[in-house]
Design a protein around this ligand. Structure first.
Ligand code: ZN
Ligand code: ZN
Length: 203
């Protein structure tokens, strides 16, 4: 679970995630990006909270375990067990969970690039969900950046139904290629617009 936001322990400055989730397009005909995507061609990216040193901000970072972990997860769901990574299968029908884990396994086998910070695609980041991240707030003598969590009670129809979802879409190698906007739940079709990583200014 991502914290709701991060804050400096000394001055209280708050650091929010600009985005909290991300999806990969797994269909082979995804490039160039179509204007619509089937929900079944999308995989929720496993992410962890991090600090991007290029963007100087809190961001989600790809959480890519070794291939062996995906093979073990696949074996576990095939044996009727539940897993928590790459996604939590609790409450998902066994054959759906199996098909989904198989998609993750296929994605992981084809993935080459090191995990990226999903703000800019860079690899200069530090994970924030470790026991003692001790990320110092540059502007403060004694401040550290630490997570704050608030439990929300949202039980709506999911993103993209009453308002635009704004969920970034990535290639299987973690390159930003678009954004999901509207979702038709009946047909599970997403509207998608092209997008790309912002250019990072070098200091
Ligand atoms: Zn501070
Ligand atoms: Zn970045």
């Amino acid at each position: 679970m991502l914290p709701t936001y991060y804050a400096c322990t000394a001055c209280g400055e708050r650091f929010d995630f600009s985005r909290r989730e991300a999806v990969y397009v797994t269909s082979s005909n995804a490039a160039p990006l179509a204007s619509q995507l089937q929900g079944g061609d999308l995989l929720q990216a496993p992410v962890r909270p991090g600090w991007c040193k290029d963007c100087d901000k809190v961001t989600i970072v790809e959480d890519i375990a070794p291939l062996r972990d995906f093979e073990n997860a696949y074996g576990a769901v095939r044996a009727g067990g539940t897993i928590e990574y790459p996604f939590d299968t609790t409450g998902i029908a066994a054959e759906d969970a199996q098909a989904l884990v198989e998609s993750y396994l296929r994605w992981r086998m084809g993935r080459h690039h090191a995990p990226r910070a999903l703000c800019c695609g860079g690899i200069r980041y530090q994970f924030l969900d470790v026991a003692t991240p001790l990320l110092k707030h540059h502007e403060c003598d004694f401040g550290f950046i630490e997570g704050r969590s608030h439990i929300g009670g949202y039980n709506g129809p999911g993103p993209g139904v009453y308002s635009e979802a704004d969920i970034p879409v990535y290639s299987s190698e973690g390159v930003m290629i678009g954004r999901l906007t509207w979702h038709d739940r009946g047909s599970d079709v997403w509207q998608v617009v092209p997008d790309e990583y912002p250019k990072v200014e070098s200091p």
